[in-house]
Design a protein around this ligand. Structure first.
Ligand code: ADP
Ligand code: MG
Length: 241
């Protein structure tokens, strides 16, 4: 489903990804691990079509993702419906005056009926444990509540692929446990989960696979999650723990 071949990306002169080759199939759960600045967030931006490789190719479900391809409105709409990116900082994701509008935005963009939108909003809120938040202002919520709203906005699109960028950051233990269980539920529902993290104690049992990135922006290991996480010497050597 996700097929990256020698993907290289730079911000101006600054390399962020260097020749990344990896495939992710529908239903896989993959942790992206690596020191700060190794390229995890950039890779998720590539996968969700927010930026395009400078060199190498990214193919999603058989279609090469390029700027030109994404300019085709019908393609871009269906692509964005399939990939849900939950940003690291919910403040960059939330922009509406009420939680209802925030979560209804995506389904409205998809052209769903008023009734369908309303039921998606209420289902998503319920799933994230924030029913009754419809009229609240996103900016006045706590960090953990904002995160739940941002995730609910993604859930409302019902994407096949969920991308979480350091989702445990700034959450209290109860919210971390909730999110861990939510990610497990997603994989059990057959969703693809791609998640950058270094909060290993709260993601136990979520991932099948770990992709490890180095300080020089390369993919240096792509392996069974447990075997990576138990290789303490390797993780220390890579400045991950
Ligand atoms: N908007 C940006 N402009 C310039 N450089 C950036 C930008 N975002 C990230 N970088 C650089 O790209 C590299 C990879 O960053 P990032 O993907 O955010 O890493 P990670 O998520 O693993 O911490 C880093 O060296 C970072 O400084
Ligand atoms: Mg990052």
């Amino acid at each position: 489903m996700i097929d990256l071949k020698k993907v290289t990306y730079s911000y101006a002169d600054h390399t962020a990804l260097s020749e990344i080759t990896m495939k992710i199939e529908q239903g896989e759960s993959v942790a992206l691990i690596g020191p700060n600045g190794s390229g995890k967030s950039t890779l998720m931006k590539v996968i969700s079509g927010l930026i395009y490789p400078d060199r190498g190719t990214y193919v999603f479900d058989g279609t090469k993702i390029t700027e030109k391809q994404m300019k085709e409105a019908s393609f871009s709409k269906s692509f964005h419906k399939q990939t849900g990116f939950v940003f690291q900082n919910p403040d960059t994701q939330l922009f509406c005056g009420s939680v209802y509008e925030e979560i209804a935005f995506g389904p409205n963009q998809m052209g769903l009926s008023e009734n369908e939108v309303r039921s998606r909003v209420s289902d998503s809120l319920e799933l994230m444990g924030i029913s009754g938040f419809e009229e609240r202002e996103p900016y006045h919520l706590s960090g953990g509540e904002k995160k739940r709203v941002a995730i609910a906005a993604t859930v409302a699109l019902n994407p096949d692929v969920y991308l979480f960028d350091e989702p445990m950051n700034a959450l209290d233990p109860k919210s971390k446990r909730f999110l861990r269980q939510f990610m497990i539920d997603l994989t059990q529902a057959g969703k693809t989960v791609i998640c950058s993290t270094h909060d290993f104690s709260y993601v136990d049992g979520v991932f099948q696979r770990a992709a490890v990135f180095s300080e020089d922006h390369r993919l240096i290991r792509d392996d069974d999650y447990e075997s990576v996480i138990n290789d303490r010497a390797f993780l220390r050597e890579q400045n991950i723990i």
